[in-house]
Structure formats: structure tokens, C-alpha cells
Design a protein around this ligand. Sequence first.
Ligand SMILES: Nc1nc2c(c(=O)[nH]1)N[C@H]1C(S)=C(S)[C@@H](COP(=O)(O)OP(=O)(O)OC[C@H]3O[C@@H](n4cnc5c(=O)[nH]c(N)nc54)[C@H](O)[C@@H]3O)O[C@H]1N2
Ligand SMILES: Nc1nc2c(c(=O)[nH]1)N[C@H]1C(S)=C(S)[C@@H](COP(=O)(O)OP(=O)(O)OC[C@H]3O[C@@H](n4cnc5c(=O)[nH]c(N)nc54)[C@H](O)[C@@H]3O)O[C@H]1N2
Ligand SMILES: [Mo]
Length: 714
Amino acid sequence: MSTTLAADATVLGACPHDCPDTCSMLVKVVQGKVTGVQGNPTHPFTQGRLCAKTSHYQERVYHPERLLYPMRRTGAKGSGAFERISWDEALTTIGEKWRAIIKTDGPTAILPYSYLGTQGIVNGLTVGDPFFNKLGATISERTFCDSGASTAYVMTVGPTPGMDPESLAHSRFIILWACNLLSTNAHLWPFIDQARKQGAKLVAIDPVKTGTTAMADLHLRPRPGTDGALALALAMIHVIIREGLVDRDYVDRHTIGFDELSAHVAPYTPEFAAAETGIDAEIIRTLARDYATAQPSAIRIGVAIERSAGGGQLVRAIACLPALVGAWRKPGGGLLQLPLWAFPARWDHLHRADLATPGTRVINQWKLGAALTGSLPLDPPIRALFVYNSNPLVVAPDQLRLKEGLARDDLFTVVSEQFMTDTARYADLLLPATTQVEQDDLMFSWGHLYLTLNRQAVPPQGEAVSNAELFRRLATVMGFDDPFFQRSDEQILRESMDWDAPSMQGISMELLETQGYARLNLPAADIFAPHADGGFPTPSGKVEMKASMAAGGNFVLPTFRQGCSDHQDGSPVPALPTYTPPRESGIRVAAPGARYPLAMMSPKSHSFLNSSYANHRRQLARESEQRLFINPADASSRGIRSDDLVRVKNDRGAFVAVAKVGDEAMPGVVVAPMGYWIASSRAQATPAALNPTVLGDLGGAPTFSDNAVEVELA
Ligand SMILES: Nc1nc2c(c(=O)[nH]1)N[C@H]1C(S)=C(S)[C@@H](COP(=O)(O)OP(=O)(O)OC[C@H]3O[C@@H](n4cnc5c(=O)[nH]c(N)nc54)[C@H](O)[C@@H]3O)O[C@H]1N2
Ligand SMILES: Nc1nc2c(c(=O)[nH]1)N[C@H]1C(S)=C(S)[C@@H](COP(=O)(O)OP(=O)(O)OC[C@H]3O[C@@H](n4cnc5c(=O)[nH]c(N)nc54)[C@H](O)[C@@H]3O)O[C@H]1N2
Ligand SMILES: [Mo]
């Protein structure tokens, strides 16, 4: 933590959240208290604005329900009854329990569970990895978010930042594919707006009608899941090739596998895609023609694109499109996935996979319920769970089984949290965590090309500690004497980046301190076309329409996702982007008399950040209680009217929601926005109770958009 904190100041901070926008934030401190936050007006991406979640961040800092002290459970698991204890007592208890478990069952009986409660390089994704690797705990495979799409993207174009998000201002044709940008990536909108003022056309491909799709010139609504969208992408390739819209020069010089792809897409006609998607074949033809001819054209894919059985193959097909039409030639053309690939973070040094014993057991985090209840056979079983930066009871699938697992009396659970979340209620010990204004951090971004510094503005509330401090304390308790485990936040921060990398030239701590942020050393967005002349970071140096990495079977994603492999069941990945049938959803499954005839999606809520902020009055006032959007056709056949209470169910579970009848949901599809807590739900369950644990075709992605359900009046 910083040494001196001014009583009155405006401190350069950064939004900590798991969101592509990573805003530079001005934190106003008056008499040692944060009185307000504001988007940094000089930051080219933040542009002075914060969002519905963070514009009153001080309300999170001083929320009356903040956890401020370590606590021990006094009631039944889940009851929420706790009493205050000291840090010494909490740490001693953890040390004793863990040592006893290690003695009887070995260290793999301990399972960490974490994600991106905070995204900072110091306190975020990797903060606990060196500790748990050294401890020998089971490795948690974190495939929460974009690991499927990332695997597909890397297979096809390599770990390239892709197009500069700001260069969208120069696009002539923009496709938002499975991306609810105005809610989830709102700071990208001004660039799209600028492009549109210069005549660019905007197309949204999303089964759901959202605020974002309402802004588009054309909204295409494929049936959710792989059957729809993958067929659409393959049909676009089909049309572009058959109608001679290919940029032959670009394809010849910068791609491999074109001839095979050309033969491969022959059956994927617009008529085939029309039957799969419900979108008119002529509209698909026009889309392909416009996309190919209005150069530069851009595709922005949302993370949601991966959430079906064939999501990975879909992203591979989409990643072929810009090369086919030569979109990469100019600024404003190409594919925008996650520009985080541009940041030269020293991930190996941050997660220290080298400290783990080779062969250590790995459990995918979507399987937590199964892992805790024994339905995933484990030897030794999990006897201790350590949760930080995550709220699995709301974000992971299989909620009922997970609840059952967390309720086990013989499971020793520690949760580090800012709030008494649904998961925290099941802890044996609770440890209080700081918010962003109480700590230092450095932020990379997965939505723009700026590094952002967060300086501490006020002292920690109560006895809250940062995650980095938490793991220093745990290392001491467990007797890890390597000084690596006692590095200060400042040391971690400074050692986290490769300052010698070309993209860091011109960036110094001094610059970050004075400006709050710095653009990576890359050309300005209006002249930046990273692949105008090829240079893709794949094994061949080209866009791999036929993926050489697929031929080699499994490979580990070259990212910071420690323990993340590409393919869960070990079956080979097809060399060309190939049609994968839906597992559950898709209208075609819903034959007359089907038990679960509706496809459920559970996308993000506008005012929550995953499950964060769903305990804030301001955000709840806007989101109200759990809603279920249902089409009038499906509602009337079930006797459901708007504001009726409905039960949504499948074999995995059920939850109760307030029905909203309208065309937000297309026929055959229901939409249950995510984030609401169990504690404030009507039937002690949320959409996660219905979500499948089945993984997608690549990268261990979830299949939350491939989920068959039924709805009835409650
Ligand atoms: N307000 C808000 N912002 C957020 C978050 C939040 O919780 N709330 N979460 C952050 C995080 S962690 C992430 S990963 C990003 C996610 O950002 P997005 O991917 O934009 O988020 P989603 O709302 O999950 O999905 C976007 C759209 O994809 C559609 N969709 C879902 N499945 C499919 C499909 O199979 N095909 C097609 N074509 N469309 C589909 C949904 O209907 C939805 O409207 O947002 C980040 N920003
Ligand atoms: N149904 C459905 N489920 C989904 C998704 C979906 O679209 N639909 N999206 C998936 C995706 S893309 C993602 S990224 C995941 C997100 O999953 P999570 O990363 O688990 O997201 P949150 O629910 O925000 O939980 C983060 C928790 O960390 C806590 N926290 C914040 N800062 C700190 C800190 O500094 N220290 C500690 N110890 N705790 C802190 C917060 O209070 C919060 O309770 O959810 C996934 N689950
Ligand atoms: Mo995410």
C-alpha cells in the first residue's frame, strides 16, 4: 500500500472490473473519504464517462454491508450467521486445518477457486496462483470467459491484438456478433457512432432484441446455439467464394487452406443457413456481399459467441472472414476479439506455473458442484475450498449440486470477499477484501490498448486487505520462506510487465503516475492496420483457415490462463471449421411434445457486473427482480401474461421469475438476465440452477446458450 495518503485529493484510479472498457477513473477524496468518482476526461477510450455500475463506486466502498473483519461461522452453512474474530485467529485456523488435511489426504485435497472480482495485474487473476502452486493444491482450470473463443481465434489468426478498437471509427461496415455493446462494452460506442456518421452500416447478429440491436441498421436473429450462427458464418464464406468476392491477392499471400475451405463450404448454402437460422437466404446473400464489398469492414465478437456446443468452430469460421475479403488491409478493417494479446505482461512470472508439481490434478471450474459432491470421482476428495475474486453460486452452473457440496460439514471453506455473497454464506471463515480505492494496481485491458494505473486513494476500510496482502499472510502461515512470496504490491506491479518490450517503449512509471494511463507503443488508430501485410502470429505466419494447431491435437492456450487446455475430451479438433450440432437448444430439437421445448439464454444484466452490484440499491432499482423475457407466442400458449410469476425448469433445477412478454425474446427462446443473488430470489435459485456443465467444443467454454427448458405459471 502507498505510504502517505492525502486527506483531500483527486487520485488517479482505474475501474477494477472484468469488462473490456477498463476505465481511467478520477477518485475525489475529501477529508480521507471518497466522495465521488468520475471518468477521466483525457483518456481517449474512457472519454470522461463511467457506466451504470461504477459511476457511484463510493457506494460500494461505503456500502453498509461491506465485510470489514475476519469472521467465523456460528450458524448452519448458508445461514449467514457469523462472528467477528481477529486476523491472527483466522490465519492460525487456516494453517492448522490445511496442515491437517495435507497430512491425511495430501495437498490436492485443497482446491482454490477464483476469477476476476478484480482484474488488476497485482490483485487479479493470478494473485493466488504462485501460492497454490507451491502448496501443491489441485489446479483450478479457469475457463469462465472467452477461453473457447480465444482458442479458436489463436488457432486461426494467432495471439494478435487484432484491430485497434478505436480504428472502428474508420470502418465502413460493422458487424456486432453476439455482443450487447451498449451494456457490456459501452465505451466502444463513440467510435462506432463516428463511423456511422461517415456512412458506415451497422449490423447486429443476436437472437435477443437489446438496446444495442435497436441501434443497428439491420438486426439478424439466428436461433441461439451453434445451429444458427455457425451455419450463417459458413454460408457467408460460401457466398463470398462462389460470387467471386474474395480478395485473391490477400488470400494467396496471407492465408493457408483456402482451397480446402472452398470445397468444405460447398454444402453450406444460404438456403441451408436459412433453414438452420430462420434468416431469409436473400438477406444472408446481401449480408455477405455488403460485408465483402464495403471495405474496410469490421467484426466485433462478444464473449457470448462461445456459449454453445459449436461456439469454438463458429469463431474459427468468423476469423476466416476478414482475410477472405482483405479487410485487414486498412485501419478499421479486421476482427476485434480481445486486444489483451497486445500487453506484454509477464504471465509466467505472475502465475509461476513452474512451482506446481508436474502432473498435479486439474479440475475445471464449471465442475465445482460435481467435484464437491462426489459425482466427479476424486481421490483424494476435495476437503478444503478457498474462494476469492468469485461468486460461484451465481456464476457457475449446476447450482443445486453446488449448494449441496458447499453445505458439506466436512468441507473447510474460506471465502475472501467484499460482501456476504451467496457463496460467502457457506464459508467457515470469511476474510474481508479491499475495494479498488483502497489498493494499488496496474490494469491491462481486453477492450483497448492502454495500460492504466490505479493508485490507492483511502486507507482500507476496517481490517480489509488486498488480495496480494492476503497471499503474503497465507505464505507466512504456511512457512513459505522464498522472498518471492513477500513481494510488495509495488514490486509485483513493477515486475509484472516486460518494460523492454517494443510495445512498452516510451512508457514509464512516471508517465503512468502523472497521466494515469499510457497507450501501448503502437501506431495511432487511424493508421494502424496490424495485418495489412500479413504477419499473423500463427505457426505458418498466415491466417490458418485450415489450422495446423488443430492437427496436433491438444495445445495449451498461450495466455495467462494457467491450466487451460483447448479441448476437454481429448478428441481431435477438425482441421477446418466444421458444423457441430447443438446439444440441447435450437428450435429443431423442440419437436411437438418435447419436454423442454424452449431455449434459455442468460446474458449479462445492464446494471450488474456478473453478480457484482446485484446487492446495490441503485442498480437493483433499475434491474428490479429476476425477469424472464418470453415471446407472446410462447407466453399465450402457456397462459402467461406480463408480470405473472413463472417457474423456469429443466432436469437440473428450477427458478422463479417475473415474466416479461414481448419480442425481446424470439419464438422458442427465453431470456433470463444473469447476476441476481439467490438470497434475493423467490425460490432460492437463479438461472445458474438450469445451466449445463457440458463444455463447448473448444477451450472448456460454457454452453449457457445451449440450454433447453420449459416455463409454466408459478
Ligand atoms: N453491464 C455489464 N457489462 C459487462 C458484464 C456484465 O455482467 N454486465 N460482464 C463483463 C464480462 S465478464 C463479459 S465476458 C462481457 C460479455 O459481453 P457480451 O458478450 O456482450 O455479453 P452477453 O450479454 O453475455 O452477450 C451478448 C449478446 O450475445 C447474445 N448471444 C448469446 N448467445 C448467442 C449465440 O449463440 N449467438 C449469437 N449470435 N448471440 C448470442 C446475447 O443475446 C447477448 O445479447 O461483458 C462485460 N461487461
Ligand atoms: N448464466 C451465466 N453465467 C455466467 C455468465 C453468463 O453470461 N451467464 N458469464 C460467465 C463469465 S463471462 C464470467 S467472466 C463469470 C464471472 O464470474 P465472477 O468473476 O465470479 O464474477 P462476479 O459474480 O462479479 O464475482 C466476483 C466476486 O469477487 C468479489 N471481489 C471483487 N473484488 C475483490 C477483491 O479485490 N478481492 C476479493 N477477494 N474479492 C473481490 C466481488 O465482490 C464478487 O462477489 O461468470 C460466468 N457465468
Ligand atoms: Mo466474462
